[in-house]
Write a protein that binds this ligand. Structure first.
Ligand SMILES: Cc1cc2nc3c(=O)[nH]c(=O)nc-3n(C[C@H](O)[C@H](O)[C@H](O)COP(=O)(O)OP(=O)(O)OC[C@H]3O[C@@H](n4cnc5c(N)ncnc54)[C@H](O)[C@@H]3O)c2cc1C
Length: 380
């Protein structure tokens, strides 16, 4: 007997919403995405995509488009304030791929995959909440009934708030400026470089053959570090050898603050939370979006085995959550070490980070999402 077509209403057309939408549509669901923006679009500069997300992109048929111009990263190098190399191959192993790419390339590839799979996208559609029995509530007063509701509506998720699933939603008082600069012959190839000095961090990340993504991280209270345009003198004082790099940064810059979301549950009856709505974390490990996509894909995959949606959602959360919870814990730890470490003790920090880099076991634990998380991307 064939199963009647199931319908899902999804709040949010970001990386999480588009991934889960495509994966469900490819499995026969009728899918509608509500995006509050005037159009589907992604802001920001570059993004790291680890093995788990690369497998998802491959499964939904978006890998070629998303990665066409991306950089395959051989090593992620970390240097301290004295120029000492602390990590040469941070969190990688021979099997774990890491790509760096433009956010816009990724988002466009996901949006195209969603359209090809038959997903309906409604823009300027503002979600205000959901009800556990499967209604998505819009600001127009409409209540849309579905077999499944997905809240992929980001850190401030109205879906999560309306169901009381929040445990803690925190502004981490930490963030970064994100910039794209033209790529020059002396820029790294196949490498991502990160430099630390006290609470400041600079990342140099090639993302296309022509562009390099630069991130300048600092605590929120470092008002000079957050200045727009970039305070070249201040950043040069922290990283003198990068003086030329800072002068390449365009005047237009964007500060993004980091948030951390913890939920009692990711599901309530027919409603599931995915992505930052469920599990936002500081981008210290480059895994928040990767996990958003991994968990979104897994949701569609697990529901294939469950005619009963609430039972399927419980099984999905049980299966996916441990890896995400562990990644959030390590991301918090990385933030404490990288941004909030007490000033005079940076040599101790360097020694600890150097030792962590020598332990393959420790690195695979920290990057459990790329290792074990990738195994959870079903091949169906
Ligand atoms: C500086 C920085 C760097 C990062 N780097 C990385 C990285 O290298 N690798 C990585 O894996 N992750 C990274 N992340 C994390 C990553 O950006 C997020 O995890 C990811 O974008 C979350 O996607 P999402 O779809 O869950 O949420 P969002 O991207 O926030 O998308 C939510 C969507 O829902 C829409 N929406 C919100 N409210 C409503 C509503 N009421 N009604 C309708 N629509 C609504 C929004 O307009 C938006 O389109 C980084 C984050 C930051 C801040």
């Amino acid at each position: 007997m064939t199963r009647a077509q199931r319908h899902v209403e999804i709040a949010g057309g970001g990386l999480a919403g588009l991934t889960v939408a495509t994966a469900l549509a490819q499995r026969g669901w009728s899918v509608r995405v509500h995006e509050r923006g005037r159009e589907l679009r992604e802001i920001g500069a570059g993004i790291f995509m680890w093995e788990n997300a690369v497998r998802v992109l491959t499964q939904i048929g978006a890998a070629d488009a998303a990665l066409a111009r991306a950089e395959l990263v051989d090593n992620w190098r970390l240097y301290d304030e004295r120029g000492r190399l602390l990590q040469d191959d941070w969190m990688k192993d021979g099997k774990t791929r890491l790509f760096t790419l433009l956010r816009t390339d990724l988002h466009r590839a996901l949006a195209d995959a969603a359209r090809d799979a038959g997903v309906e996208v409604v823009t300027q559609s503002v979600v205000v909440g959901a009800s556990p029995e499967g209604r998505l509530l819009l600001d127009t007063g409409e209540a849309l009934q579905a077999d499944l509701i997905v809240g992929a509506d980001g850190v401030g998720s109205p879906v999560r708030g309306s169901l009381g699933l929040d445990l803690a939603v925190r502004d981490l008082q930490d963030g970064c400026g994100r910039h794209l600069v033209s790529r020059l012959p002396g820029d790294p190839v196949g490498s991502t470089l990160e430099y630390w000095n006290q609470g400041r961090r600079v990342g140099i990340v090639p993302v296309t053959p022509d562009q390099v993504y630069i991130y300048l991280c600092c605590p929120a209270k470092d008002l000079v570090g957050r200045e727009k345009p970039v305070n070249v003198a201040s950043w040069t004082a922290s990283f003198p050898h990068l003086a030329d790099l800072f002068t390449r940064i365009p005047d237009v810059s964007r500060w993004a603050s980091f948030a951390d979301v913890q939920c009692h549950r990711w599901v309530k009856d027919r409603v599931a939370l995915v992505g930052d709505a469920a599990s936002a974390m500081a981008p210290n490990l480059g895994q928040a979006a990767c996990l958003a996509m991994t968990n979104g894909y897994a949701l569609a995959s697990v529901l294939e085995d469950y005619p009963d949606v609430p039972a399927g959602l419980l099984a999905w959360e049980t299966r996916q959550r441990p890896v995400t919870d562990a990644t959030q814990r390590y991301s918090r730890l990385y933030g404490k070490v990288g941004t909030r470490w007490p000033g005079p003790m940076t040599d101790v920090r360097s020694a600890l980070v150097w030792m962590a880099g020598r332990s393959r076991r420790w690195q695979s634990r920290v990057n459990v999402a790329a290792h074990e998380g990738a195994e959870l991307v079903s091949s169906r």
